[in-house]
Design a protein. Structure first.
Length: 87
């Protein structure tokens, strides 16, 4: 909510949320996805079944896909020059 309501804290709150989601995703990837790439390990949370794969899919979408498409704030190089792109 802070990233949507408070103007000064929005960038910091967004970065914090992305970092938090990415760390959770990396934990699940290490525990449950990496063992699938080996011959001798099995996922730690395999007893969760379909809920586990739903969690991993949602975390992948929110931690990796959405942050890639977050627009960046435009900061002009020269503030005196204003370019109207829609003329």
């Amino acid at each position: 909510m802070i990233s949507l309501t408070v103007e000064g804290w929005s960038a910091l709150a967004t970065r914090y949320n992305i970092l938090l989601l990415l760390s959770i995703f990396s934990t699940y990837a290490y525990r449950d996805l990496w063992p699938l790439a080996t011959y001798y390990d099995r996922p730690v949370d395999i007893m969760e079944g379909g809920v586990l794969w739903l969690k991993i899919g949602l975390l992948f979408f929110t931690a990796i896909v959405i942050p890639v498409f977050i627009p960046r704030r435009y900061i002009p190089v020269d503030a005196k020059v204003w370019i109207n792109l829609f003329d």
